[in-house]
Design a protein. Structure first.
Lengths: 314, 322, 610
């Protein structure tokens, strides 16, 4: 069985030969990373997820090369018939402006992934900061931060999101902000719990006894041991962020002038796709979302298993 | 003694959170930049003096601290104010809408809990079997679906193509009474309920499964097996109850989110519930209603959290002593 | 073992018996429903009424509710929107038009049994006029007083010459015995608040229908009142208005037959639904027009409008740069009509004027570019965006996309593409109605899409562009002293034709000055089940091709003409699985579960538990 977590540095490592102990730490970390990777590779789910994910990321990055942006110019498509079913020239038909749905689908990956990833990064940053601060400092700081976290957990997130989106207005930046504000509490709670566990570990107490300062303790000891949990959680959170963006877009809170899968579903629905049976416009964006979300989730669960050996099959 | 203190602590914590929610609710809506009365002005052809009147009749021109005191006093006596739009009492408006939401989401939660737990247990216990793999992947796929989209697909197929079920609403508006009315509502509720159930099943199955797997690797299970206890017994008497704990917490938390959880589904199916009404109120900046709805939703989450905590403490003595 | 088998058997028998009983009752229910069911006409709308009080009206279904349950003082002739007898049957002015003699009908009753008397009419009019109650007060200008002469005669006394009774005032007659409680006291503010807060449940009115059931957010049910003076319906006994949360649900309901008539459909759903052989679609003029509105600044310290907007040349260039037909095709799926005047051709028929050809600026981007070039707006830094003549600010307009306004998003996108062709950049600020209001009040915007639905009398629509209406009804605080003068003149005109001349001039002035750019006249898209209801029973209001079938002025009398085809009772079929399927499924599950549990229990007791 491979090692579970990077081994904690012993006091001997904190000697005056700084270069030496860093090199040791680095080798240890890269060895740990390789073992993680090997374990991950053995997880079928995780690998499938990773492959699908890579496909979509590449799609998002190369979309401008594959699809000329002029295809979305409303004047250029002014003469193209709207709401066309799939045909030779438009494999997935056209939307209300006569634009090619397949091109929209490919292009939509950019915003959907961008919002998902960036919103998650912001969520993790806020959540980790609050969680570690609450767990590490304890006492009053913990009480205040926990109360704040609890409020955000308890309030219905959709309602809060709608209120915020209404105040801030509808732009990409604001949507990312809204998702982050409504999601960070979950992360914070997780990180706090993990911080509390790590804080009690013997080497941390030893380091403190030796006179290590807060900053050193947090960055050298707490953070590296909390990080694996954060990382696995991040990947799962991306899936949730993408779903959140879809939900917000469906409620009409997305940026209507951007192209994302969520906006496509919303426009299809409100243009009458359901009652008219335009399945080619309604179904593909949803499938794309499912694929991306599923792959992030599978990767996330695989990572969870890698970092938590109890879940691995024997 | 320990359990009493535990109970007290949890109840106190819940009350404090509730108080904090009250405070935060008030602040949130007072610092929002949009003025609801101005919004009304344009749509209801009000003149400048009418607007001023509205503001004073709603008490919005009093200083903020005074407004806060009035707000707390009113809330504690059950007066959630009056809708800015129609002048109807907020409690009445919410009361009308709560029923359908509780019915829809309650049934969906119960069904998805029962099925989700069963699938999770069966899959986790026979890990790697055909049942496990297929149910795990199905659960993952369901978990990854955008809520509204699944509802749309079902609508497209069952109501649109097959014409088996009505396309939305709560009931056909004829005066049907008694059992026929129950059947009518059941028909209207089938698709939205199915959407929600499928949405939740995935999550519960996955969590139950991982929880069970984690417990299965524990020593006492191996001991029981070594002693020759039948598989079914080990599962039912030892593994499942222990695995159930964290899952139950999740389930109870979900119950708490019941009221707010169906906004999208209610929109797609035109189900006359609280979620849909809240969305409309937010667009209209109907602050009293939004405040009331927020309070109710948050309170239900807090209450169910409390129940989950108490249940957890009752079932797992270790927690009480900490 | 025998014990458990017997238990299972008992459970099964019980289940089957219960099932049969329940099915039986369900069938019995269905049977009695057949016989003498009332003929119901079900209408779908996409928003609920605001409230039951006549003083909280806003939009859509509110007015239909009002005209069903209340009689107007003076009604509308649905054929041409001219005044028609309501509770008041005639209205004659004296020579100086300062006193009008009104005759009140004697055969009207309120739905609580009380007769409608001349006192009720006098009370209603003076209540509104004296307390300045919103919505209706503008119909009673110049502080009128009302004097009861006898049981059927009432005098409308005005302090200045007026046409007000002939407009006619859109005023439902309120029962004095219900509403007089609010007419005490000296404080108009109190009264205004009280009438708004009044639940008015059930509403007591003298209209042809009575509100018999109201499930908020779901439906309203109206029942015909026997012997109403308006007439007897050919077939309809009840009207149900069902509320849908979105257009999709309503369109699907119409196709499924859950509703008979859909009001105000969106273009997409309408276009699909009208192809259904069982459904007839009707394009009516909505009496509303969509436009681009500009901000001229001056709202206050925060107003930040682009200076280029003040220049008529810029607005002229934009008028040439926008292809209105493309907007009609794309945003409204061809269901609107290109328009030029601020008055509506159908609603304001007498006062409406076709804008002359030279003011109907055609789509000509080359011309637009030429105008801007000559006016000095050149692209000095070659980035595709022109700058001000003095080279300072680039022409970058902030477009406020209001998501709640129909067509705002899509028109905005097209607008952006069009202006890109002439070197003007458009940046979007997307907000909902409430936030838009804030920005609008502070003047922090340049352009937005808006819409107006004028009254039949043009006075209100014309007033919107006067200087006075800044921060009230005016979009962007446009100010033109010449226009203001004309407005006053038409207001005071006593001669109809003279007034019309002035109104014509005002329409041309707006078309030339372009404080707003009219884009299109909207359509009200209506559709009904022509397999169930005879198309011959429907007629338009006003009586033109583009008139409304229902939900217009005075169209309530049209419900009396609607007839079903054949003997169909008109009730919507209820969809879904029949009762017996549900019973079978639930019963089956219960039986299986019960059986399994019994079987398990048996096995348990025979085993050793570790």
């Amino acid at each position: 069985m491979a090692t579970a977590a990077p081994e904690a540095p012993t006091p001997a490592d904190h000697g005056p030969a700084g270069k030496g102990h860093r090199a040791i730490a680095r080798t240890r970390r890269s060895r740990a990373f390789l073992s993680y990777w090997r374990t991950f590779r053995r997880n079928k789910q995780g690998m499938v997820g990773l492959i699908v994910l890579t496909f979509f990321v590449l799609l998002a990055l190369f979309a401008p090369a594959l699809v000329d942006e002029s295809r979305f110019d409303l004047l250029a498509t002014a003469t193209e018939p709207a709401f066309q079913p799939p045909s030779a020239s438009h494999w997935l038909g056209t939307d209300q402006f006569g634009r090619d749905v397949l091109s929209l689908l490919m292009y939509g990956s950019r915003i959907s992934l961008l919002v998902g990833v960036v919103a998650t990064i912001v969520t993790m940053l806020i959540g980790s900061f609050v969680g570690i601060a609450a767990g590490y400092y304890g006492r009053k700081v913990d009480t205040v931060l926990s109360a704040l976290t609890n409020w955000f957990l308890v309030i219905p997130w959709i309602a809060l999101a709608i209120v915020l989106a209404s105040i801030l207005g509808r732009s990409l930046f604001n949507i990312i902000l809204v998702i982050a504000i409504t999601s960070w509490a979950g992360t914070a709670r997780l990180v706090r719990a993990q911080t509390l566990t790590v804080k009690e570990r013997p080497y941390v107490e030893r380091a403190r006894a030796l006179g290590a300062g807060d900053w050193h303790l947090v960055t050298r000891h707490i953070l590296p041991n909390v990080f694996p949990v954060i990382f696995a959680n991040t990947v799962l959170t991306v899936a949730l962020s993408i779903l959140s963006e879809t939900t917000l877009a469906f409620l009409g809170l997305g940026d209507p002038n951007s192209i994302s899968w969520g906006v496509m579903i919303q426009e299809a629905f409100y243009s009458g796709a359901l009652s008219s049976g335009w399945w080619w416009w309604l179904i593909p964006p949803g499938i794309a979302i499912v694929c991306v979300t599923l792959s992030f989730t599978m990767c996330g669960y695989a990572l969870d298993e890698v970092l938590n050996p109890k879940l691995r099959s024997r | 003694m320990g359990s009493q203190r535990y109970l007290l602590r949890k109840v106190l914590h819940a009350l404090l959170t509730l108080l904090f929610v009250l405070f935060a609710n008030f602040v949130l809506f007072r610092i929002l930049p949009s003025d609801p009365v101005q919004l009304l002005a344009r749509s209801q052809h009000l003149s400048a003096e009418d607007v001023a009147e509205q503001i004073s009749s709603l008490g919005l021109d009093k200083p903020i601290p005074e407004q806060f005191v009035v707000y707390i006093r009113q809330t504690l006596t059950g007066d959630l104010g009056v809708s800015l739009r129609s002048g109807v009492a907020v409690t009445e408006l919410i009361g009308e809408r709560v029923g359908p939401t509780i019915l829809l989401v309650g049934v969906a939660t119960i069904l998805s809990t029962l099925f989700g737990l069963w699938i999770g247990i069966r899959g986790g216990w026979r890990r790697g079997s055909a049942f496990d793999t297929s149910s795990l992947y199905s659960s993952l796929v369901l978990y990854s679906m955008p809520e509204g989209w699944l509802g749309m697909i079902l609508l497209l197929f069952f109501a649109g193509v097959l014409g088996l079920f009505p396309a939305g609403g709560y009931s056909s508006s004829q005066t049907i009474t008694g059992f026929a009315h129950v059947v009518d509502v059941a028909n209207h509720m089938f698709l939205p309920c199915l959407t929600l159930t499928l949405g939740y099943i995935g999550e519960y199955a996955i969590v139950m499964r991982s929880s069970l797997i984690e417990v299965m690797n524990e020593d006492f299970v191996m001991t029981a097996r070594a002693k020759g206890v039948r598989d079914v017994m080990v599962r039912r008497r030892h593994a499942v109850p222990n695995a159930l704990l964290p899952t139950l917490t999740l389930v109870f938390l979900s119950f708490g989110f019941v009221l707010g959880g169906a906004i999208i589904v209610e929109t797609v199916f035109s189900w006359p519930g609280l979620g849909q009404r809240t969305v409309t109120a937010i667009g209209q900046r109907d602050y009293p209603f939004i405040q009331g709805a927020f309070l109710l939703l948050s309170a239900s989450v807090i209450v169910f959290n409390l129940i989950a905590d108490i249940l957890y403490g009752y079932l797992d003595p270790r927690v009480r002593e900490s | 073992m025998r014990r458990t088998r017997r238990s299972i058997a008992i459970a099964v028998v019980l289940g089957v018996v219960t099932g049969l009983v329940m099915t039986g009752t369900a069938f019995a229910q269905d049977a009695t429903d057949g016989a003498d069911a009332p003929t119901v006409f079900t209408i779908g709308v996409d928003s609920d009424i605001t409230g039951l009080s006549p003083f909280v009206l806003c939009c859509g279904a509110d007015y239909e509710y009002l005209e069903l349950v209340y009689d107007l003082g003076i009604g509308f002739n649905p054929d041409d929107l001219s005044p028609a007898p309501g509770i008041v049957t005639s209205w004659e002015p004296n020579e100086d038009k300062m006193e009008w003699t009104l005759k009140v009908r004697q055969d009207a009753t309120f739905n609580d049994g009380e007769p409608v008397t001349v006192e009720d009419v006098a009370f209603t009019f003076s209540f509104v006029a004296d307390y300045g109650l919103p919505f209706y007060k503008d119909y009673f200008p110049f502080s009128p007083t009302f004097e009861v002469v006898d049981d059927e005669t009432l005098l409308w006394k005005s302090t200045e010459p007026t046409f007000a009774p002939e407009v006619p005032p859109y005023m439902p007659i309120l029962p004095e015995h219900i509403w007089s409680q609010f007419a005490t006291g000296d404080d108009p503010k109190e009264a205004r608040r009280a009438v708004k807060d009044f639940a008015n449940d059930p509403p007591v009115g003298s209209g042809p229908f009575e509100l018999t059931e109201y499930a908020r957010g779901q439906f309203l049910r109206f029942t015909y009142r026997e012997g109403h003076w308006l007439g007897t319906p050919a077939a309809i006994d009840e009207i149900v208005i069902r509320i849908y949360d979105n257009q999709e649900a309503m369109a699907t309901a119409l196709r499924a037959g859950e509703i008979d008539f859909a009001e105000s459909m969106s273009p997409n759903q309408f276009n699909t639904v009208k192809d259904d052989p069982n459904i007839t679609g009707h394009v009516a003029s909505a009496g509303c027009w969509g436009n681009i509105a500009y901000n001229f600044g001056g709202q206050g310290p925060d107003s930040s409008n682009h200076p280029a907007i003040q220049d008529r040349d810029v607005r002229l260039a934009i008028a040439h740069a926008v292809d209105r037909q493309v907007i009609v095709d794309r945003v409204y799926q061809g269901t609107a009509a290109v328009g030029w005047s601020i008055l509506d051709p159908a609603k304001n028929s007498y006062y409406y004027k076709d804008i002359p050809a030279e003011l109907q600026y055609p789509y000509d981007p080359a011309e637009a570019n030429r105008i801007l070039d000559e006016a000095g707006y050149l692209d000095t830094d070659d980035d595709g965006v022109r700058e001000m003549p003095d080279g300072s600010d680039p022409l970058d307009f902030e477009f406020m996309t209001i998501t709640d306004v129909d067509g705002s998003v899509d028109t905005g996108r097209l607008f952006q593409s069009f202006l890109q062709e002439i070197g003007i950049k458009v940046t979007f600020k997307t907000v909902d109605q409430a936030k838009a209001n804030d920005l609008w009040f502070s003047g922090d915007w340049d352009v937005y899409v808006w819409d107006w639905c004028p009254d039949p009398d043009p006075d209100f629509m014309l007033s919107v562009f006067t200087t006075d209406q800044c921060l009230s009804w005016s979009d962007g605080c446009y100010s033109n002293p010449e226009y203001d003068e004309l407005y006053e003149a038409q207001r005071q005109a006593t001669d109809r034709e003279a007034r019309r001349e002035i109104v014509y001039e005002m329409q041309d002035m707006i078309a030339e000055e372009l404080p707003v750019m009219v884009l299109n006249y909207w359509s009200d898209l209506q559709a009904y089940r022509s397999d169930r209801w005879d198309p011959a029973g429907f007629s338009t209001s006003p009586n033109t091709e583009l008139g409304l079938l229902l939900f217009g002025y005075g169209t309530v009398r049209k419900y009396l003409d609607i007839v079903p085809i054949g003997d169909s009772s008109g009730t919507a079929t209820s969809q879904g699985l029949p009762a017996w399927v549900w019973i079978a499924v639930v019963g089956g599950v219960a039986v299986i579960a019960g059986g399994v549990m019994f079987a398990r229990r048996g096995r348990d007791t025979d085993e050793n538990v570790a």
